[in-house]
Design a protein around this ligand. Structure first.
Ligand code: GLC
Length: 551
């Protein structure tokens, strides 16, 4: 019997702070700018940690802040043991970690092990060295096909568009599942494995509480690098758990890497964690990343991608809980991040719209009011679910996607690499508004902002929402307080009723009802509403509203 079979009893559910944590994603470029250059930085984050303590989150996850040419907004790392000067210094990172800890918040950093930047010393050495050299064997270099090797070694495509191979001066090709400036590492090489164990130690020794592991399903490739004639997306999907996987994603070998890392983390005190960014479906397949000796959590993208209907939400919640229960791991929930259209806008598109890769001014526009209404209902539903929840900076303000960014300011490599067919992810990365009447809406001391902020940012600014009953910020703050008080994160979900129009469940002492239908619906007799995502209609729950009540 396979000792890592997900159906095998795991020795009981995991315990620890992370099993019920609310973790807030900070995108350093866009959170707070201390020096007025228009790009957020670590001192800016530290100065704003009070906001996150007030909001009531348990931990922050920081997207990459390491030295980087920023070809993919920092997901192209040139040095894993330092801080990009745009963002500050190692001393600033130490201060941020210490300040967060002093406020009772944990700190998770991003680790990008699938690829380095092309500016990394290893890749520069690989280019300077000969084909077949040890320097080249840290990456995936191959000869091309055809008489003069002028064809790429296989048919793989970059996730951002175009071929996944680039040719170098001596005629060899190197693999990059993302941008040309992000060469994939060769994880069959023990030197690569040793290097990353050392990088983990470097940050663990500085006191971080865990790592969000970028593209965790991509590190190991099928040995023969076989062609893959099907459409290639970052999401490795399939309804059957044992369906063959694309040769670049979700290969069996990745799990050994995470077992090694887990052993290392377990040697440290303080319950340090690993979080997989693995675009893998179905849930049973994803659960293999969080078996007891592997990672602690995996992002639940199937939940993020689920349609806003009662049956779809019921199905994904049930499947997610069953799959993680089977391996004793907590389920996670997420609605927004720096790679997807913000949920306040996504949910304002017609139900059933395929996942948009960015929205431009000439694309069909979301219905902003409907999107926000549904986003608030979705958030209140999510925060009532047992497990751990991820929030993305600005969603607590109800921020929409910026859908009218001029194309000439776009910086996501997707826009260029897709030949201007995919707008990309800039619209969810716009610097966030703190004060309605300040320059750059309080993002920094000047007007500078690396992506232009739209005028409607003023009405979403934090200072327009703080202490304002009914504001999205207060909705989140109250939800996080009640979630903690009632232990919802460590509770157990009991379905009470679910049909085509309503989702209704209990968790601990609370009942939770979301109305997806077109007519208002009653709450159970005699219960007292405790929190709601929108005004009730004479005691009835209107369309696209979630209510928490005391049973
Ligand atoms: C992950 C990141 C994304 C990045 C990609 C390549 O999906 O979340 O922002 O572009 O990896 O590193």
């Amino acid at each position: 019997m396979n000792t890592h079979d997900p159906q095998e009893p795991s020795g009981g559910p995991a315990t620890g702070w992370w099993t019920e944590a609310v973790i807030y994603q900070i995108y350093p470029r866009s959170f707070a700018d201390s020096d007025g250059d228009g790009i957020g930085d670590l001192p800016g984050i530290t100065a704003r940690l009070g906001h996150l303590a007030d909001l009531g989150v348990d931990a922050v996850w920081l997207s990459p802040f390491y030295p980087s040419p920023q070809a993919d907004a920092g997901y192209d790392v040139a040095d894993y043991r330092d801080v990009e000067p745009l963002f500050g210094t190692l001393a600033d990172a130490d201060r941020l970690i210490a300040d967060a800890h002093a406020r009772g918040m944990r700190v998770i950093v991003d680790l990008v092990p699938n690829h380095t930047s092309s500016a990394h010393a290893w890749f520069r050495a690989a280019l300077a060295a000969a084909p077949g050299s040890p320097e080249r064997q840290r990456y995936v270099f191959r000869d091309g096909l055809g008489p003069d090797g002028a064809q790429p070694p296989n048919d793989w495509q970059s996730t951002f568009g175009g071929p996944a191979w680039t040719r170098v001066d001596d005629g060899q090709w190197y693999l990059h599942l993302f941008d040309t400036a992000q060469p994939d590492l060769n994880w069959d090489n023990p030197e690569v494995r040793a290097e990353f164990l050392d990088v983990l130690r470097f940050w663990l020794d500085r006191g971080v509480d865990g790592f969000r592991v970028d593209v965790a399903h991509g590190l190991v490739k099928q040995a023969d690098l076989a062609n893959w004639q099907e459409p290639q997306e970052i999401l490795s999907s399939g309804q059957e758990v044992d369906k063959p996987r694309p040769p670049m994603w979700d290969q069996e070998g990745v799990h050994d890497i995470y077992r090694d890392w887990r052993r290392l983390l377990d040697g440290y005190d303080g319950e340090r964690i690993l979080v997989a960014e693995a675009w893998v479906e179905p849930a049973e397949r994803l659960a293999r990343y969080v078996r007891p000796d592997e990672m602690h959590q995996a992002f639940n993208f199937e939940y993020l991608l689920a349609a806003w209907t009662a049956p779809a939400q019921y199905a994904v919640i049930t499947r997610s809980l069953e799959a993680t229960d089977a391996v004793g791991a907590p389920t996670t929930w997420v609605l927004s991040n720096h790679d997807v259209v913000r949920h306040a806008s996504r949910l304002g598109l017609p139900v059933g719209t395929p996942r948009p890769n960015g929205i431009g001014v000439d694309d069909p526009q979301p219905d902003a009011a409907l999107g926000l209404r549904r986003a608030r209902a979705a958030t209140l539903l999510m925060l009532a679910l047992p497990g751990s929840a991820y929030l993305y900076q600005g969603e607590e303000l109800g921020l929409p996607e910026h859908t009218s960014l001029p194309d000439e300011v776009r910086q996501d490599p997707t826009w260029e690499r897709s030949g201007h067919t995919e707008r990309g992810r800039d619209g969810c990365r716009v610097p966030i508004p703190w004060e309605a009447d300040a320059p750059s809406y309080g993002f920094g001391p000047t007007d500078a902002s690396w992506l232009p902020q739209p005028p409607l940012w003023a009405e979403y600014a934090l200072d327009r929402q703080r202490d304002v009953p009914g504001s999205t910020y207060e909705l989140y703050r109250t939800a996080l307080r009640l979630r903690r008080e009632h232990g919802l994160g460590r509770g157990t979900l009991r379905w009470l009723a679910s049909g085509d129009e309503v989702l209704h469940f209990g968790n601990g002492p609370l009942g939770v009802l979301t109305n997806f239908g077109t007519a208002s619906v009653p709450l159970p007799d005699g219960v007292e509403p405790l929190h709601a995502s929108g005004p009730l209609d004479g005691g009835l729950v209107p369309t696209d509203v979630t209510v928490w009540y005391r049973a």
